[in-house]
Design a protein around this ligand. Structure first.
Ligand SMILES: [Zn+2]
Length: 182
């Protein structure tokens, strides 16, 4: 039974909050569990059903949680380089370069009590990171264009599903439209 969950090309399901805000993506199997338990409802489904030898199931494509879930800051997604670089548009926040090696920079250095939180990490090219070193922005005479913030959930959706299905785009706002696959 589990095998045919992986046969189709479209395996990912977009999960919306009760407010229709995009939350994340999950597998078809996970979506079926949420639907079966009454925790989610189908918003979009694919035209073809999922078939096994004896039965067929709907193929959920977008589901919506029945109850609104809060996404508290404290448990917001872990920082990864990939997500950080994507948040910052794959460019150095200090000089704007998109070429060269990108690094993770702590705005307030860890040696000065800077935390590894989204509000304190930025994408920096290796030369800028080296130039800033273990100093604060003021000490290094450098500037941030805007304060770093935690990324929107939609960023993680895009990272989890690099090829955004067309029928997800109405739920993803600008980011979905900009990156939709044909
Ligand atoms: Zn730079």
């Amino acid at each position: 039974m589990s095998r045919w969950y992986f046969q189709g090309q479209v395996q990912q399901v977009l999960v919306l909050n009760a407010s229709y805000e995009p939350l994340n993506v999950c597998t078809v199997r996970r979506a079926h569990v949420l639907l079966y338990k009454g925790k989610a409802e189908v918003v979009e489904q694919l035209d073809q059903p999922l078939r096994s030898a004896t039965s067929s199931f709907i193929w959920p494509h977008v589901i919506r949680l029945v109850h609104y879930v809060r996404v508290p800051r404290a448990i917001q997604r872990k920082i990864s380089r990939r997500a950080l670089f994507a948040r910052d548009g794959w460019r150095c926040v200090y000089c704007g370069t998109t070429s060269g090696r990108l690094t993770l920079d702590h705005v307030v250095p860890r040696s000065k009590g800077g935390e590894s939180i989204w509000e304190n990490v930025v994408t920096a090219c290796a030369p800028c990171n080296l130039r800033k070193g273990d100093r604060s922005l003021e000490q290094a005479g450098m500037d941030l264009p805007h304060p770093p913030r935690p990324p929107q959930p939609v960023l993680f959706i895009k990272l989890a599903a690099p090829r955004i299905p067309q029928r997800w785009t109405p739920y993803l706002g600008d980011l979905g439209a900009a990156t939709a696959a044909a």
